[in-house]
Ligand binder design. Structure first.
Ligand code: ADP
Ligand code: MG
Length: 452
């Protein structure tokens, strides 16, 4: 897969913009989907998280969408979560550049004012969560009848989250000819129904079969009761930045407290948190201020943080799809990561079934930290903003455009690998406060006392 973006039909200005960000070689899903999408075809893409779907549909959208009018955008991207809406919007703005189409996001949890103003002024591409877009349509603030290009991103997740009725209603408002692209980690069930109903002669493209988890190292450990949080603290201390998955919001809060008490800098991110709190936690995590983000599945959906070293399944995922999604939070864009799942005796049967479905060895081991190779790369945790500043809601740590590593990253090999060849690529986002270029190893927990 050695073609360049321009060879795939990508306009030079867009390809140049990508190159400036170190994105030179198309990922597999981009190589197969881009020529079709740029040709105006309906594309139905199956690809796991981290495979580069946003650029795959984003380029076509930015290149072909045309101009919207007040309240009548021309392009629409439907996404399941606020975080994903924000991330897709950022990517589209980068792809569009200063002269390209205008883009704005529409999601709940924040006021209507700015969103309504953006619509009245007129914009070309709307990136929206189904709930908020439905509200805006019902208030007469947005009219979808002139949409010519639609992207349904993370369709399976949208269905899992119960958005299908709203998604259908919104798509039914789009009349006339349009190009519809759908992306999903799996293309069965509701995603298949959307394809049948809303796509015309779709071409299905497959980047990587779902049964093949990415090139992460997958470990399953026996753990019961209190042991779970101790193990999680040890894991995160040795392998951060980490994302820890919990089943419930309360569980996530409880675990976050326990981790903090054990000397691990952790923050929770879940649906009960305000949008501002979620953004702050995410931004601080991206900025290297936290070792662990403790998340529920919904909150973590679409979160994009480069160089996450480890995913811990504190509670088991619901099914193999959820497992693949969670695992996709680490080992993104070519680098390998570590996925550790804690398994109690009562969960073992389900976990083993899941392992079979994912063609993994049906093995659950005794926990042993030494069995997990430690990365030798320097990792630097930066000082956190003083809680007062964070609480006051200053914008210092808003998530901004994700920095890109300069080299083009290798495409991820398929299959499950027991070793982790790409480890040790973590690059600190910021220089440590207090000078120095970052010592190898992790800073002692005593650094936490530096918090205001
Ligand atoms: P997905 O939507 O499939 O989960 P994203 O679109 O969020 O994946 O992309 C994952 C990461 O890979 C992002 O950091 C993105 O900038 C990066 N990326 C995408 N395409 C390329 C490429 N061709 N070369 C290098 N990095 C890329
Ligand atoms: Mg995506």
């Amino acid at each position: 897969m050695s073609s360049t973006f321009t060879e795939l039909g990508v306009p030079r200005a867009i390809a140049d913009g990508l190159a400036q960000r170190g994105i030179i070689e198309p990922f597999p899903i981009q190589a197969v989907a881009l020529p079709l999408a740029l040709d105006g075809r309906d594309v139905c893409g199956r690809a796991p998280t981290g495979s580069g779907k946003t650029i795959a549909f984003g380029i076509a959208l930015v290149a072909l969408v045309g101009h919207g009018r007040p309240r009548r955008p021309r392009g629409l991207v439907l996404v399941p979560t606020r975080e994903l809406a924000a991330q897709v919007t950022q990517e589209l703005i980068l792809l569009a550049g200063p002269k390209g189409p205008s883009v704005a996001s529409f999601y709940g949890g924040v006021g209507f004012g700015p969103q309504v103003r953006a619509l009245r002024k007129g914009l070309d591409i709307a990136v929206a969560c189904p709930g908020r877009l439905t509200d805006l349509a019902e208030r007469g603030e947005v009219d979808l009848s002139e949409i010519g290009m639609v992207v349904i991103d993370e369709a399976d997740r949208m269905a899992d989250m119960g958005f299908m009725p709203q998604v259908r209603k919104l798509l039914d408002q789009i009349r006339g000819e349009r190009q519809t692209m759908l992306f999903s980690a799996t293309l069965d069930g509701d995603a298949a129904e959307l394809t049948r109903r809303y796509q015309t002669n779709p071409v299905t493209v497959d980047a990587e079969p779902i049964s093949e988890a990415p090139s992460n190292r997958h470990v399953f450990w026996w753990a019961d009761g209190a042991n779970r949080s101790d193990l999680t603290a040890q894991l995160v201390s040795a392998h951060w930045p980490a994302i820890v998955f919990c089943r419930t919001k309360r569980g996530a809060d409880r675990l976050t407290d326990k981790l903090n008490r054990a000397g691990v800098d952790a923050a929770a991110i879940h649906g009960d948190r305000s949008q501002a709190q979620r953004e702050r936690a995410l931004a601080s995590f991206i900025g290297g201020h936290f070792q662990a983000l403790v998340a529920t599945d919904i909150a973590a959906r679409g979160i994009h943080v480069d160089n996450v070293e480890c995913v811990v399944n504190f509670d088991p995922p619901d099914d193999e799809k959820a497992y693949v999604h969670r695992s996709g939070r680490t080992g993104r864009a070519g680098a390998s990561g570590l996925v550790v799942s804690l398994v109690s005796a009562s969960q073992a049967a389900d976990i083993k079934k899941m392992q079979s479905k994912l063609s993994m060895p049906r093995v659950i081991d005794r926990p042993e930290m030494s069995s997990i190779a430690t990365s030798s790369a320097p990792r630097v945790r930066t000082a956190r903003p003083a809680p007062a500043a964070a609480a006051a809601g200053t914008n210092t740590f808003r998530p901004s455009v994700r920095p890109h590593t300069s080299s083009s990253r290798p495409a991820r090999p398929a299959g499950i690998h027991s070793s982790a060849p790409g480890r040790g690529q973590f690059e600190p986002r910021r220089q440590p406060v207090g000078g120095g270029s970052g010592k190898p190893g992790r800073p002692a927990p005593a650094r936490r006392s530096g918090r205001g």
